[in-house]
Design a protein. Structure first.
Length: 85
């Protein structure tokens, strides 16, 4: 699991107390909830998961695609925060 530090993700973290992570493709919501609570010592309110499709890529005559990955958006309870920096 690794945090996704993007403009949209940072906006979501400051306004809605929701943090984005790239997680293993086999992980489910319960796994993500347990991992975040153990790693950061916080209480999770909600977990949303997205399966992201790998983008098509071209290199000369070959067409390939980037790997598919899984994104988790974790919303924390109001009195908890995660310091990513």
């Amino acid at each position: 699991m690794r945090p996704l530090l993007t403009e949209k993700g940072m906006h979501r973290a400051t306004r809605h107390n929701a943090y984005s992570f790239e997680v293993a493709t086999e992980a489910n919501k319960a796994d993500v909830r347990r991992a975040v609570e153990e790693l950061f010592s916080v209480k999770v309110e909600k977990v949303a998961i997205q399966n992201r499709v790998g983008k098509a890529r071209r290199s000369r005559m070959r067409r390939t695609s980037a790997k598919a990955w899984k994104k988790a958006v974790v919303t924390l309870k109001p009195d908890f925060k995660i310091n990513l920096f």
